[in-house]
Ligand binder design. Structure first.
Ligand SMILES: Nc1ncnc2c1ncn2[C@@H]1O[C@H](COP(=O)(O)OP(=O)(O)OP(=O)(O)O)[C@@H](O)[C@H]1O
Length: 341
């Protein structure tokens, strides 16, 4: 008898990603002293929750069959009493699965951008550091289709265009280090896989705390949408993410190609030429120009770019526009001048 369908599904998802990682490392043509390619190290980022415990179990199983070393990292955000004990427990469970190396990394969470964003920033910084130090070829994350649907809704509510509707990428980070094998699987499958394999899971109290936006969305928003629109809404939102990502990528390439065509010989942006671009492309050209002058991408919102865009489309002699990173945009003699003040 084969494995339970939920276990088969999580293993297949991980196997596909491990094959990708193996193909990429082979293509890089790296070999050891004996001329054979070294087995790449793949880490699972594990919170101890159902998604990442399922991921860890599938990684442990599939890595044994392939030429892949499997390890794990758990990050202790230090935000709850006893978080260090929980991290130690996760480490013990990952070691029981024969993952090696396994580490717990303690981080200090700042306040920048709210508690969820601050915890996420600290977590990714710690995962990056660990992956570099251990020489990992990839870090697996347990985001599911349900997480993707939530991310699309959060992006929709920001009102900042299709890039924010495109959710999380299956491959992201420096040199494509982060992989999300479960993006097409639902959360129930991961939970079921833990249940049938008797893997204990930790339910993060933050996930049910209504103080957190994502938790409200998960427990109130999405169920209400499913009631109104039917069960297929999660799948539709996840599909929207993929379609939006493709559209956003195409528009970004268009903007990159359009950039040189709207500049004069001195490299200055010409307002008349910018005016002739489709708005979606023009806003991207402007965003690129503002970032190139030193505005931090994460602090640059749609409303900032709209204001710069009005210097082109609704010119009424308005003054300079102040942007994040002390960048300033002004219209001068038919040119758009963007520079750091
Ligand atoms: N403390 C942590 N340490 C290591 N990795 C983490 C930690 N928290 C989250 N992750 C990684 O990020 C992914 C998404 O986490 P998030 O908290 O957004 O979702 P989740 O649905 O609660 O996931 P899980 O059920 O695995 O906890 C996790 O599946 C895991 O891979």
């Amino acid at each position: 008898m084969g494995p339970h369908p939920a276990v088969a599904a999580i293993r297949l998802a991980v196997r596909r990603v491990l094959h990708d990682v193996l193909t990429e490392t082979t293509n890089e043509n790296r070999t050891d002293a004996h001329g054979t390619p070294p087995a790449p190290l793949v880490l699972v980022a594990c919170s101890g929750g159902a998604d990442s415990m399922a991921l860890a179990s599938a990684l442990a199983f599939e890595a044994r069959k392939l030429s892949v070393r499997a390890g794990g990292i758990t990050v202790d955000h230090g935000l709850q009493d006893g978080s260090d004990l929980r991290a130690a427990e996760v480490v013990a469970r990952l070691r029981e699965m024969n993952l090696d190396p396994v580490e717990s990394v303690a981080v200090r969470v700042g306040r920048e951008g709210g508690p969820e964003a601050a915890a996420r920033d600290a977590r990714y910084a710690a995962l990056d550091e660990a992956a570099d130090r251990l020489g990992a070829a990839a870090v697996l994350l347990g985001h599911t289709r349900d997480d993707q649907a939530e991310t699309v809704l959060l992006g929709l509510a920001r009102g900042s265009g299709i890039r924010s509707l495109s959710g999380m990428a299956a491959v992201s980070g420096a040199a494509g280090r982060y992989r999300r094998p479960f993006l097409a699987l639902d959360r129930q499958t991961a939970r079921k896989a833990c249940l049938v394999q008797s893997i204990p899971v930790w339910d993060d109290p933050h996930n049910t705390d209504p103080a957190y936006t994502r938790s409200r969305l998960r427990h109130e928003g999405l169920p209400a949408l499913e009631k109104a629109l039917g069960k297929g809404v999660v799948e539709a939102l996840a599909r929207t993410a993929q379609l939006s990502r493709d559209d956003a990528d195409a528009l970004d390439s268009w903007a990159a190609a359009a950039d040189s065509s709207v500049r004069d010989e001195a490299g200055q942006l010409e307002c008349a030429k910018l005016y002739g671009l489709p708005p979606a492309v023009r806003r991207r050209v402007l965003r690129r120009a503002v970032i190139a002058e030193g505005a931090p991408a994460g602090s640059l919102f749609a409303r900032h770019i709209e204001e710069v865009d009005r210097l082109i489309t609704s010119w009424r002699g308005q003054g300079a526009i102040n942007l994040p990173g002390r960048v300033e945009a002004r219209r001068q003699g038919g040119r758009l001048v963007i520079r750091q003040g």
